[in-house]
Design a binder for this molecule. Sequence first.
Ligand code: NIG
Length: 414
Amino acid sequence: MNLFIKNIKQLITVNSGGKPSKSGKEMRELGIIEDATVMIQDGLFSWIGQSNKLSQEPDDSIDIIDASELIALPGFVDSHTHSVFAGSRENEFALRAEGKSYREIAEAGGGIMSTVRATREITKKELKKTADRYLNSMLKHGTTTTEIKSGYGLDEETENKILHVINELADESLMSIVPTFLGAHAIPDEFRDNTDSYIDFICKRQIPYISNHKLAKYCDAFCEQGFFSVDQCRKIFETAKSHGFGIKIHADQLSQMGASILAAEMNAVSADHLEKIDDAGISALKQSGTVAAILPGTSFFLNSGYAPARKIIDAGVPLAIASNFNPGSCMSYSIPLMMTIACTQMQLTPEEAISAATINGAAALGLSKTHGSIEIGKQADIVLFNVPNYQYLIYHYGVDHVAKVIKHGTYLDF
Ligand code: NIG
């Protein structure tokens, strides 16, 4: 299908000049075109430029969108979510408001394990229906590509159920979806007294099965005190790599255990969270070229302190912003909100926040050749916002400014 978007007030291309990600000062360069036109052919961008440079108007067979009062950005790429889960945990939100911590709630049997219990009970059909609703809402909020992790099953049957749901949604939904296996998200009760045999179960049964059935692109683990040690994560990652998975890691979230250094050692595509990363971790990520994926919504929601994002960018590490949408630590998938928090609490500039939520999000999923910026030949994922300029989008926060979403060249009529 062909589409012509004309008179775009301000087009933010986030052009990376062929580089897989932006780092350092490049994160402030957004490739802005005022009064722009974009042409889309067969789902890909085919022409991008100033409206007055266009030599001929399209013929009548082409759909035209007049974007006179709108600005355009690449669809957001949310590189870290746990969007397939059952139930909700507003009770824990209320407990935290009374002073209980995320860790205390988890230790008392709530937290991740309470969502695991709900996700084990729900049928696959219901699970898929719930996730599909979230995905549609994410699209409406401007996210056109998302990663989704398993990790709320922690037994063979439920992990496979979640991964099948993610893969079916990837086939059926308009959203581009990247599946990640997160068997090492928490220690299931059945293995409470013998974590090492849970690691064996992941390495000997789950990873080979998921690899044979091509159910995930990445393998992730929660490297954290009370969850999985550096050595246990290393064992999982070595097995996963030998089965062809890329690596992602929940690193340095609640404590500092050297998880970012492990990410670098494993050549992980991204190290995520990083609230407690130290200088050695930052320089290890710089060396390996691993993307640092920060999750501002989680720090905000748990009131748990922010990752040193300014320091990470200044050190030259490519930084991505993701939502971490999940029922416990961030019940939101609004990327504009995450960008606002990154600017107000983590000293990012609006330009850096936009690069982090688009091209660098794509890099954190190994997708930047095809996603994450408005460049000729890339997948035509473009979002039109009803705001006067890109800074305003982040400044006028907590409100949905999306006017139109075009995914892979298709206009989504919600
Ligand atoms: O990234 N840290 C581990 N996993 C999620 C939390 C999931 C939950 O609380 O259900 C996170 O914050």
